[in-house]
Design a protein. Structure first.
Ligand code: TF8
Length: 335
């Protein structure tokens, strides 16, 4: 009798401390791939996520954060997740458009006017709805991370007006919104995976590219690009995804650990990215990049050309998604 009571007490104590949950965790290795270098906002947040998961599972679940596109480009990793050969990744939503056409809505030029709006819309109901569409394609979307507002760099000349783009071979992400956007601006747009970008810039196979300041710093694009034009033409998110094949075999406790850690990593990543971005322009100037802002008139000309692609985006994501996202942005803007 006394032993029974003592045992019951022990179990209660274990439940209270959460230690009893240990049995819900199997020893697992999670390969979490990403495309940027280890010393990048992507890398720092992936390692933070890994630590959170290890801590929450008492070391049972080990997350290997593997950067530099060593596991493949964004699209290659997506295929590995779908097939169950890799457990997790983080990459651009822009590279998912071939699988989930609605993802293209996040590539709409000037959709968000600040990061706060992006957070509210991406983390809100419409962001969730689009993320949930991944499941039918073999992936589970956990959270959106910030990639950030994108800016233009090139090795030919300062871009001060629209016409300066005319003969510039510009690498874009691999989807039609980016292709159409930069064609509309008059550039010679060339789609390429990010993993091939540095070499393409170095060998001058392409003249320019566009990415947030953070990536221009972490990927050392300043070594091969002289000119930076502040355009902030689109806010582009990253998304953390899991192989659905693998996910379906996890216990409820394991799924919860991953979800909770993903939310913590999202909050960490956005803060880290914003802090880094705030210092990055000065860093890039220090590295010798020549930076120019656009005059208000030229910024408007570019903006007008860019919004000309909106009708095409609405068509490919569906009018309903287009309307829902734009309504959510308006609501966030007026809040
Ligand atoms: C790009 C994106 C990259 C992502 C990353 C490798 O230009 O901005 O940040 O694809 O996941 O391709």
């Amino acid at each position: 009798m006394r032993i029974r009571f003592a045992l019951a007490g022990l179990v209660a104590a274990l439940v209270a401390t959460g230690a009893v949950q240990a049995q819900d965790f199997k020893p697992r290795i999670v390969r979490f791939g990403y495309g940027l270098v280890d010393n990048s906002n992507q890398g720092r947040a992936a390692r933070m996520f890994a630590q959170e998961v290890e801590k929450a599972t008492g070391g049972k679940m080990k997350v290997r954060a593997i950067g530099n596109a060593s596991l493949g480009s964004d699209t290659q990793m997506q295929q590995a997740l779908i097939g169950g050969a890799q457990e997790m990744m983080v990459g651009s939503t822009a590279t998912l458009v071939g699988l989930v056409p609605e993802m293209a809505v996040w590539d709409t030029p000037f959709l968000f006017s600040n990061a706060k709006e992006a957070d509210v819309v991406l983390d809100g109901p419409v962001g969730d709805k689009i993320k949930a569409k991944l499941e039918a394609k073999g992936m589970v979307g956990l959270v959106y991370w910030e990639n950030g507002f994108r800016n233009l760099t090139n090795s030919k000349r300062p871009v001060a007006k629209l016409e300066d783009l005319n003969d510039i071979k510009l690498r874009v992400m691999q989807n039609n919104v980016f292709l159409d956007s930069f064609k509309a601006l008059g550039a010679n747009a060339v789609p390429l995976p990010f993993s091939e970008l540095f070499t393409a810039l170095e060998t001058r196979a392409v003249d320019g590219q566009e990415n947030p300041y953070n990536t221009i710093v972490s990927s050392k694009f300043y070594e091969v690009q002289k000119y930076l034009t502040v355009t902030n033409h689109v806010y582009s998110p990253w998304i953390v995804t899991v192989s659905k094949k693998w996910w379906d075999g996890l216990s409820a406790a394991e799924k919860k650990v991953l979800q909770d850690a993903a939310i913590k990593s999202r909050d960490f990543e956005r803060k880290d990215t914003r802090e880094e971005a705030a210092k990055a322009l000065a860093d890039l100037k220090g590295k010798g990049m020549q930076v120019n802002e656009l005059s208000a008139a030229e910024a408007n000309r570019m903006r007008e050309k860019l919004v000309s692609v909106n009708a095409g985006i609405a068509k490919s994501v569906g009018q309903q998604t287009w309307d829902e996202v734009n309504a959510a942005v308006q609501q966030a803007r007026n809040a």
